[in-house]
Write a protein that binds this ligand. Sequence first.
Ligand code: SF4
Ligand code: SF4
Length: 146
Amino acid sequence: MSFWVEKKLNQLTTVQWESLCDGCGKCCLNKLIDDETEDLYYTDAACHLLDDDTCACRHYPERFKYVPACTAITVDNIAELTWLPDSCAYKRLHDGRELPSWHPLLTGSKEAMHAAGISVKGKTINEKRVKDVFDHIVLWPLKDLD
Ligand code: SF4
Ligand code: SF4
């Protein structure tokens, strides 16, 4: 059996935890929360460190130096991070779901994820080029398959 099936999230090694990330990049999109309803809206305005082609952070190891507000996802805060997309591997496993069929740990690459339209590849704008973030609300980050 695979480690993410055999073990609980709090039993994973750091390497196993990091490998669960599918690298979709959706957690790096700017999000808006309605003050009154607390409804969450995704935008296509991405953190300026996000590479829209690879969907990876350009300075992941030292990202907090450039973006202090970046959130490290851990087993201790996963329950509180309600803004993570439903497709996020951490959220899925925390919610008792399985990894999706397109996940890189199952397919060996990000290609199936990109092909399924799950990642941010080619869909974002650098937040520094955005004039009004309210003009950038999008629905595609809500996509979640199997
Ligand atoms: S949304 Fe989850 S799986 Fe996707 S890049 Fe962010 S942490 Fe990784
Ligand atoms: S600093 Fe890197 S990991 Fe953090 S939101 Fe920006 S691109 Fe994503």
